[in-house]
Design a binder for this molecule. Structure first.
Ligand SMILES: NC(=O)c1ccc[n+]([C@@H]2O[C@H](COP(=O)([O-])OP(=O)(O)OC[C@H]3O[C@@H](n4cnc5c(N)ncnc54)[C@H](O)[C@@H]3O)[C@@H](O)[C@H]2O)c1
Length: 286
């Protein structure tokens, strides 16, 4: 446990928020998980129950550990339920206006010493910090999907973030048994997704121009570069629409044509071939 952080509030109980809540609870933190949708809260907890059962079945955790972790998680539909938190991790839908409104409301609910972090994959914390009267206590804490499994977490210090806040966030990540990486300056996409983006661009370029099939490109990445999964299989896993929206957002920010999604990605999205979730992306799934 971290000295400064005794209680955690997580906003958004979707794919990321629910798992982040469990990661914190497994490390011993009491967590309040908030969402505007009861269905999302229910889905989040059900999904955690299924995933924890798998870990029990595989002998990675015992029932007592899982029961204790669930006992530390409470859920709420109201942001007021997070009033006692020392750290807020916001993992709501990836829309700037939603995130700004969440932080603005929380600012008058949560104690002034508390730290606010956004788990956004693309939105730097300076875009939300000025919605609060505590910009020095706002930063990015970016988990990877699935948060229960992925070890690395990017902590990003914006120009408004104090050294102390960045240090507490960094130490907190260590305390939940993850490996923190600290970015001293904020940049959209941070480190991993910027590097991955370049890899995916090149993979799509090679496919679009007929140099090789998507299977062969994936094979090179797994067998020559030792990546656990190729770029096309990965896009199918995360959703080709996610890739599309991230690129559109980057293009809207930069105005640079090079940041636009590739034509091939646009076609896939228009056809509804979004990857595993629709049964077809670059590959076909039964
Ligand atoms: N999915 C990923 O691979 C991934 C990886 C890293 C980071 N992220 C980031 O995590 C965040 C959440 O992504 P996700 O994939 O979990 O999304 P998701 O769509 O699975 O879940 C978002 C949740 O936010 C809730 N929500 C919407 N508006 C809200 C509000 N005003 N207050 C509280 N809850 C609200 C929704 O009901 C939903 O349950 C995004 O910022 C995303 O960029 C996603």
């Amino acid at each position: 446990m971290n000295n400064q952080i005794k209680r955690v509030g997580v906003v958004g109980a979707g794919a990321m928020g629910s798992q982040i809540a469990m990661v914190c609870a497994l490390a011993g933190y009491p967590v309040v998980l908030q969402d505007i949708s009861q269905a999302s809260l229910d889905r989040g907890i059900q999904s955690l129950q299924a995933q924890m059962q798998k870990r029990i079945d595989k002998g990675r955790l015992d029932e007592r550990q899982v029961d204790e972790a669930f006992a530390k998680i409470s859920t709420t539909l109201s942001l007021h339920g997070l009033s006692d938190a020392d750290l807020i991790i916001e993992a709501a839908t990836e829309k700037l206006d939603i995130k700004r409104e969440v932080f603005k409301q929380l600012d008058s609910i949560v104690k002034v010493e508390a730290i606010f972090a956004t788990n956004s994959s693309t939105i730097v914390s300076s875009k939300v910090a000025d919605a609060t009267f505590r910009p020095d206590k706002v930063c990015n804490i970016h988990f990877f999907n699935p948060a229960l499994v992925m070890e690395l977490v990017e902590v990003v210090k914006g120009p408004h973030t104090s050294e102390k806040t960045a240090q507490i966030a960094h130490d907190f990540v260590k305390s939940i048994k993850k490996t923190p990486v600290l970015l001293n300056k904020e940049i959209s996409g941070f480190i991993a997704n910027r590097i991955l983006g370049k890899l995916m661009d090149e993979a799509v370029f090679l496919l679009e121009n007929g140099y090789a099939s998507h299977e062969e490109i994936d094979l090179v990445c797994t067998k020559a570069l030792n990546h656990p999964i190729g770029p096309f299989a990965l896009m199918d896993l995360t959703g080709i629409d996610v890739n599309y929206f991230v690129r559109m957002q980057r293009f809207e920010e930069s105005g640079n044509e090079k940041d636009k999604p590739a034509e091939l990605i646009r076609e896939k999205v228009n056809k509804g071939e979004l990857g595993r979730k629709t049964g077809k992306g670059f590959y076909t799934y039964s």
